[in-house]
Design a protein around this ligand. Sequence first.
Ligand SMILES: [Zn+2]
Length: 389
Amino acid sequence: MKQTDNRVESTLLRRINERRLLEAIQRHGPSSRAALTRVSGLTAPTVSKAVDTLLKRGLVEELDPAEPALGRPGRLVRMAAASAAVLGAVIDAGTCCVVATGLDGTVTEKRTIRFATPAGYPALLDAVEEACRTLIHSSGPVVHGIGLSVPGLINERLHEIVFSPNLHLLDKHNPARDLETRLGVPCVLVQESDALVLGEWLSGDARGLDDFAVLDAATGLGLGVMSGGRLLAGHSGMAGEVGHITVVPDGVRCGCGNRGCLETLATDAALVRLIGEKLGRTVSLDEVAGLLHTRPADFQHELRTVTEYLAIAIAAVINIFNPTTLFVHGVLLAGTADRFARVVERVKQRALTASLADCTIVASTSSKRQGAVAGIIHHLTNACAPSLG
Ligand SMILES: [Zn+2]
């Protein structure tokens, strides 16, 4: 082997080690160099060298332990929370938000800006840019990048949102590329269901899990799947569109143009539509939440319908992907303990017994905001080196 080959090989190896340490810190939280040596299986000098490089690149920072152990206390290495920042932007039907956090991914309301989704693409881009600029100016530390959670189909080969059934103003656009040009900060596009998966994986209840799925039953019915520690993408990144399986061939028109898609009957938006139809007027999600709380008996039929179809969706995901945990994201059904318990009860009627026995169904506690942030942190981690997993 030539000397240059050796050099390339050792550089790649170093970067793979750096990535391995970042993943260990994300999985285990703030850790001493000794602990990182233990969990990574690398030698102590290799860990020290890699940590030094990550410190120089501003991705991690050191701090003194709260309660020093006996003897010489080891400083802890954590994802850079005070000295570096990332932004997460959520583009959604109705409301958008942008949040600034450290690389530890802790989101706070104080550093979140919310605004109503503008009606056209140029106005949307202006609004997201303005919120990002406000947060970048008030952040202080270096902003490493911005993660953008978006609804719809992202074609990774074409680098654009090819089709967004519930927010058509995004069709044929790439807001991450456009924002990067305007702000000069690296931006990545993350499909919102994948964002929820990464949010659960990096800072939620899926830490350490390699096979799990998140079913988002809020506006559309989105699915993100982590399989063997990798996000399921398909050929162009468009896999997982469970929401557009036809369940009622002559049903109501879906945002995708088809009729009777599963997402027209299994989501918060479906329940809002059905209750609006019953009342003969337009209602908001908040109003429906109130009505279901004060007059649940009046909407039994609508509740039963959406409960049934959400159970069918959950069962389909369990049967097809065999996850160890399925997180369900939503407000009206997944966000209320007794209604969610009824959904889970109905899943037992629909899923294969053996597949269901393998799987825990839980309500997701993560958010798209958390997911957008996780998307950029995941991207920065991946940018170190390819995964060997
Ligand atoms: Zn559809």
